[in-house]
Design a binder for this molecule. Structure first.
Ligand SMILES: [Zn+2]
Length: 133
């Protein structure tokens, strides 16, 4: 479930929906399995790109159990930051904050999280979860 963020065509990912589509594609690349009952059949959920189990009705968003869960900034912004960090790991959070006009602390937190799960090839395993929830 790795997304090659360093090589992403970031310009085409300017909407929340486009980002969600990519996340959902990767997350369920090998199919959907309900985390509650193990059923593999689903229908569309209430939010864009979410999936709902047809048996127990449990709904899972595209971002649940991924590094985008509880992401405080918009997904296109997060994608741009990931793109920059993957291409230039030495970039500082101050530089990111200036380029994105986002608070430095927010950039710092996101960058730290990314550095833990980015591979040498600039790919990020989106199913990685740094927090034990
Ligand atoms: Zn289920």
């Amino acid at each position: 479930m790795k997304i090659p963020f360093a090589k992403l065509e970031i310009k085409s990912l300017v909407t929340e929906e486009a980002c969600l589509a990519l996340i959902a594609d990767q997350k369920w690349a090998s199919g959907f399995t309900c985390r509650h009952c193990g059923n593999t059949n689903y229908c569309k959920g209430k939010t864009p790109y979410s999936r709902r189990c047809t048996r127990c009705k449990h709904e899972e968003s595209a971002t649940a159990h991924t590094i985008f869960h509880r992401c405080r900034i918009h997904l296109p912004e997060a994608f741009r930051i990931m793109h920059m960090v993957c291409n230039e790991p030495a970039i500082s959070s101050y530089e990111l904050a200036r380029k994105m006009t986002i608070r430095q602390m927010t950039c710092w937190k996101l960058k730290n999280k990314l550095m833990e799960c980015v591979s040498e090839k600039g790919e990020i395993d989106i199913l990685y979860s740094g927090e034990s929830t």
